[in-house]
Design a protein around this ligand. Sequence first.
Ligand SMILES: NC(=O)c1ccc[n+]([C@@H]2O[C@H](COP(=O)([O-])OP(=O)(O)OC[C@H]3O[C@@H](n4cnc5c(N)ncnc54)[C@H](OP(=O)(O)O)[C@@H]3O)[C@@H](O)[C@H]2O)c1
Length: 331
Amino acid sequence: MTELNRRWVLASRPVGMVRESDFALEEVEVPKPGDGQILVRTHWLAFEPAMRGWIDDKPNYIPPVPLGEVMRGMGVGEVVESRLDGYEPGDLVQGMTGWQEWVIGDAGMRKLPAGTDPRLALSVLGITGMTAYFGLLEIGRLQDGDTVLVSGAAGATGSVVGQIAKARGCPVVGIAGGPEKCRWLTDKAGFDAAIDYKSEDVEARIGELCPNGVDVFFDNVGGEILDAGLAHIARGARIVVCGAISAYNLEDRPSGPRNYYRIVAQRGRMEGFVVIDFLPRAPEAVADLLQWVAEGRIRWEADVQQGFENAPATLLRLYSGANFGKQLLEI
Ligand SMILES: NC(=O)c1ccc[n+]([C@@H]2O[C@H](COP(=O)([O-])OP(=O)(O)OC[C@H]3O[C@@H](n4cnc5c(N)ncnc54)[C@H](OP(=O)(O)O)[C@@H]3O)[C@@H](O)[C@H]2O)c1
């Protein structure tokens, strides 16, 4: 029997919270590589909250995934057939595999050094780690002695942000959902304090924990949590707008931050960024991140789900906070 390529395509554009039924599973023939191409068997998929924006037909930093097309996504796979110099069957590669079991790649797929842990390649040493690194150091312009506040702190990106700041000797407070994630932040990731936004008054707690104000606020969440942080920015604060996961699945755009005027009074700077712009500088980030992981200064978790058929359900975990660490799927 000939093997088929299973793939998840975008079936409908979600309205409000994305649903599993917005994707459809298809079976097609396994593609054949042409000259300069490789045939890759996907083994791992990585999930990003931004995927919710990729399936909306609204202006964004990349074009929307067209209806009926394979869902876009980063993955790691193994080269099965190669017609591309420098790539051999058995090589592990990383790239935009999409949600499919077989994919045709080219030189744009990065060969992973032998022995690389795909979970690490898709998290701390991948887009996630680079987002934390360049977001904090370049957009946040971290200075020695800065007090750092991170929202979405127990997540893949936020946890690396806080630990980089700790590696630089800065006091760090994280905001996360639930006691288990908060305990992980203080006991394992070395944060000075954690605020459970599900049970605590976030604005009041930031005030108690950061009496001299917040110098760098790395925000992954937006909405009320952004407001709570803005209420406590120090003079010359830098607010890094990395993401706004609280808004990604809202049907209507929320109104702007209530406390934005604090930026004027405190001579602050609020700046967004997209990590893609920093990819040419990936090697410098990877070198530092690798060293911090090796030294035990960056602790990381991967939340590994199993089975290709579970790809849409795995994406949904990000929006309920079910994931503990980088959300991955092992096929
Ligand atoms: N700018 C860029 O280039 C760039 C690149 C990559 C990622 N990002 C952004 O970085 C952020 C984190 O991404 P990630 O991949 O590291 O995911 P992640 O933090 O590992 O997972 C998402 C987390 O968001 C929290 N969350 C979900 N819904 C929430 C809500 N309504 N209110 C508050 N918290 C909520 C959950 O944690 P709790 O259990 O704590 O609620 C969940 O675990 C996202 O905003 C993403 O879009 C930006």
